[in-house]
Write a protein that binds this ligand. Structure first.
Ligand SMILES: COc1ccc(S(=O)(=O)N2Cc3cc(-c4ccc(C=O)o4)ccc3N(Cc3cncn3C)C[C@H]2Cc2ccc(O)cc2)cc1
Ligand SMILES: [Zn+2]
Length: 328
């Protein structure tokens, strides 16, 4: 079977730092109205991705902090949940993004913490799983969102932590990986969510680190890039999902970091800056954060250190006194 991969033409791309800062500062501005309307359904997350990436490469400087905090407040619902934009429905994904942005701004104490706790707790089911909103879709992604959101607010004890860990364990597969629900196939993004949630809960004892580490290391292709499942193309965002999980499991040396770095740098956009999912595609804030975050885990250039579990700067996690579990 021919292994699907991409060919890297100009191997070592230079680090286009200034262009990335411009890309992140201007994203959403001169973009045409149609496109920004198209992305309104994820705008709060888009702001978390863009602002975190900017913080990491711009020495922790973020512009217009007051305007950003006002935007978060404009998306708050009286049930304690946050929507991606005013007028949209609240959802756990955007509630986590709002809390993450507030933590970046060092203003999480100004949030209606008790109402957010009530909202997140209301989404936990008897089997310990979490739904994303009132429509009831269960996914281990939402387990991560719930545990990350509450622990950032210092309120992890307000949900049934043991039951949430029990549900995640029920999604563990024989290949050492995890899926979105019991019986679902292992997938790089969901493995990050499950291992991240177990890291927050201090229950990495549940993970078969060697079997999972092997499956994750198998994601690296000759191009140096990582894919999310066997037979898939490499994608910069998996540089984060797969590599940060290996880092949490203390097995990040099981892949070739130099080759991964080359794949990420080859995915930079030479014109306007930013990173795309793979060389030659359109850049976006999502892949820009996850490419920069993976480079941060490799201590590349002067990128500020990032926490592998929360995907937030280490300085923020240290300030909050959080100690997500990792294996050595
Ligand atoms: C462009 O097509 C998509 C497809 C899915 C989505 S998504 O919201 O379900 N989502 C996040 C995501 C975002 C972007 C993107 C483009 C511009 C911006 C502005 O900030 O963000 C692009 C892709 C994307 N995906 C899809 C994807 C990424 N790599 C491969 N694919 C197919 C991921 C997707 C699921 C998701 C992952 C993490 C997360 O925190 C939230 C949602 C968004 C756009
Ligand atoms: Zn991607």
């Amino acid at each position: 079977m021919l292994q699907k991969d991409v060919k890297l033409d100009n191997i070592c791309k230079t680090w286009l730092l200034e262009k990335h800062i411009d890309f992140l500062k201007s994203f959403g501005k001169e973009r045409n109205q149609y496109e920004s309307n198209m992305m309104e359904f994820l705008r709060m997350s888009g702001m978390y991705w863009g602002l975190t990436a900017l913080h990491l490469i711009n020495n922790g400087q973020i512009p217009k902090e007051e305007e950003i905090f006002e935007y978060i407040k404009s998306c708050e619902h009286n049930n304690g949940g946050y929507s991606p934009a005013p007028g949209h429905d609240p959802h756990l994904l955007y509630t986590l993004s709002a809390v993450q942005i507030a933590c970046l701004l060092n203003r999480e104490s100004e949030l209606p913490i008790e109402k957010i706790v009530q909202y997140v707790s209301s989404l936990q089911l008897k089997d310990g799983s979490f739904t994303g909103d009132k429509w009831g879709e269960i996914d281990t992604r939402y387990s991560f969102c719930a545990l990350a959101c509450l622990s950032l607010l210092g309120k992890l004890n307000e949900i049934d932590l043991a039951k949430s860990v029990e549900f995640i364990k029920s999604c563990q597969n024989f290949d050492g990986g995890f899926g979105s629900r019991p019986g679902a196939e292992s997938h790089g993004g969901l493995i990050y969510c499950c291992v991240g949630a177990l890291s927050i809960a201090g229950r990495l004892d549940i993970v078969d680190a060697d079997t999972l580490g092997w499956w994750l290391a198998e994601r690296q292709l000759p191009s140096g890039g990582l894919n999310g499942r066997p037979e898939k193309l490499p994608d910069v965002c998996y540089s984060w999902w797969v590599f940060s999980t290996l880092n949490i499991l203390g097995r990040d040396h099981w892949i070739d970091k130099e080759q991964l770095k080359n794949f990420i740098l080859a995915s930079q956009d030479n014109e306007g800056g930013g990173f795309s999912d793979r060389p030659g595609d359109e850049p976006d804030p999502f892949h820009t954060l996850f490419g920069i975050a993976a480079l941060s885990l490799m201590s590349y250039d002067k990128i500020l250190p990032i926490d592998p579990t929360y995907c937030l700067p280490k300085t923020v996690i240290n300030r909050l006194g959080l100690k997500p579990q990792t294996l050595s």
